[in-house]
Write a protein that binds this ligand. Structure first.
Ligand code: ADP
Length: 480
């Protein structure tokens, strides 16, 4: 085993293994080799983690914002110092090329920095009263224990994007990372431990998601669940959290359209479309899932995108020169294969890729482009989460907007044009929480990230991100 870590559970400032001795196994998706075992915690251990967070809450909520901020600054610097080590581990458990993993560590650290700053800017309000002799004010308060459930596609960044604002707000946390990628989360919690974060402020549990999820939903001490993952699990969490009316922040699936108008810079559009689609092997929630191109430029754009695909180098992300890694697991690979087979059986033409690749033994699929696509194909309705993209021509902008909005998802949409008026008009009509205009990299710590429709609730990042963990206490005082 490359990375031994039986003590992956962190409760009340102590690293523990599961009392039952049970573990979950972690594999490298590039080779299918086992790289680690981490504890599979029991129901009782998950409950202990909640109790630890609850016990630490009052004291942490009363620590000054400045002091909370200083822990986050220290954690930021430590994470940056450890960039290389954290990036290598991330690639090993998740598969993305090392260069992308380094970028993710910087992105992850940026949330620590941003919320170190925002911790100091949680303001209340004084309201002018309508009646004499009254004083009204609004006092912000941390919501309480937060359960953070994170996905495998950004094993570091999704942890800090949730944990940093919660800690900054004065909340305590129970973190449950994805079973495929617990190692990055363990390392981040170690960083918090090393900077001296008080016991119980952050707790980490790994193991069976259904069992842990049940504990987190049923506990009335857990006041908020912040989740990134599938819309299906997001809905389960909503139902489960109804029993004690928790606050929910949900970052769910996407089905991002990318529109290329006939005045667009086609080199830029092709370069960015490739970056958006094939980054992280197509496994990001804002990945382009459907490309709509104006009929006049369809052929040129498609050729340019094919050229970009030819330049990609599929393989083990730890190897020099690899620019696209494997899918996370067998399920991810099978979904991609199913979508391509379904499309081809209904008349789609594969103009690049289209095959599984055995390579060094991992879950590889060639970066793929499909043309001659129709609306009855699964790929036009389902999130792909893989390196396949359909290209659909359009002739009128209204038709393209209608097609782009024709989905239950509403996370991110991208638009390529050099016409400012068209850009603004289209942006206003797209039913998405995030719009990238000539830009497929909108994610950044200082801006609010989140979806409309079935893509979620709430926003992460920006000054909005910390508000997810704040409750407003309204105080009415009568004076003589
Ligand atoms: P994906 O299908 O991409 O793996 P999921 O939504 O299943 O996405 O996973 C995202 C996160 O949700 C992971 O941490 C996973 O362990 C967790 N999860 C999955 N099922 C449940 C559940 N029933 N309750 C709570 N968490 C869950």
């Amino acid at each position: 085993m490359l990375v031994g870590t039986k003590h992956g559970m962190y409760i009340n400032g102590e690293w523990l293994s599961a009392a039952t001795g049970e573990v979950i196994e972690v594999f490298n998706p590039a080779t299918r080799e086992k790289i680690a075992e981490v504890p599979s915690c029991s129901k009782e251990e998950a409950e202990l983690a909640v109790q630890s967070a609850q016990a630490a809450f009052e004291a942490w909520a009363n620590v000054t914002a400045r002091e909370r901020s200083s822990f986050l600054y220290k954690a930021y610097h430590k994470m940056i110092e450890r960039k290389e080590e954290l990036a290598r581990l991330l690639t090993m458990e998740q598969g993305k090329p090392l260069q992308e993993a380094r970028g993710e560590i910087e992105f992850a650290a940026s949330f620590l920095l941003w919320y170190a700053e925002e911790a100091n800017r949680v303001y209340g309000e004084m309201i002018p009263a309508a009646k004499k002799g009254k004083r009204l004010w609004v006092v912000p308060k941390p919501i309480g224990v937060v359960a953070a459930i994170t996905p495998w596609n950004f094993p570091s960044a999704m942890v800090t994007r949730k944990v940093a604002p919660a800690i900054a707000a004065g909340c305590t946390v129970v973190l449950k990372p994805a079973e495929q990628t617990p190692l990055s989360a363990i390392k981040i919690v170690r960083v918090f431990e090393e900077v001296g974060l008080p016991k119980g402020v952050i707790n980490l549990v790994t193991g069976d998601p259904v069992q842990i999820g049940k504990v987190l939903m049923e506990s009335s001490d857990v006041r908020s669940i912040t989740f990134t993952g599938s819309t299906e699990v997001g809905k389960l969490l909503m139902k489960g959290s109804a029993q004690n009316v928790k606050k929910l922040s949900l970052e769910l699936g996407g089905h991002a359209p990318l529109l290329v108008l006939d005045d667009a810079d086609l080199d830029l559009a092709a370069e960015q479309a490739a970056a958006s689609k094939y980054r992280n092997c197509g496994q990001t929630c804002i990945c382009t899932n459907r490309i709509f191109v104006h009929e006049n430029v369809k052929d040129t754009f498609t050729q340019k995108l094919q050229e970009k695909v030819r330049q990609l180098h599929l393989g083990n992300g730890l190897e020099e020169g690899v620019t696209i890694g494997p899918l996370i697991d067998k399920g991810g690979l099978e979904k991609v294969k199913r979508q391509v087979e379904d499309s081809v059986s209904k008349g789609a033409v594969v103009t690049a890729g289209g095959k599984e690749w055995n390579g060094p033994g991992g879950y590889y699929y060639e970066p793929t482009i499909l043309t001659n696509v129709s609306n009855d194909m699964k790929i036009m309705k389902e999130e792909t989460f893989g390196p396949v993209v359909p290209i659909v021509p359009f002739t009128s902008i209204d038709e393209a907007i209608k097609a782009a909005n024709d989905t239950d998802y509403g996370l991110a949409a991208f638009l390529f044009t050099n016409d400012l008026s068209k850009a603004i008009n289209i942006m206003e009509k797209l039913e998405y929480g995030i719009i990238g205009i000539n830009d497929v990299f909108p994610g950044t710590a200082e801006a609010p990230f989140g979806g409309m429709k079935e893509s979620g609730l709430g926003r992460e990042g920006g000054h909005e991100g910390i508000q997810e963990f704040i409750e407003m206490k309204y105080v009415s005082l009568a004076i003589k």
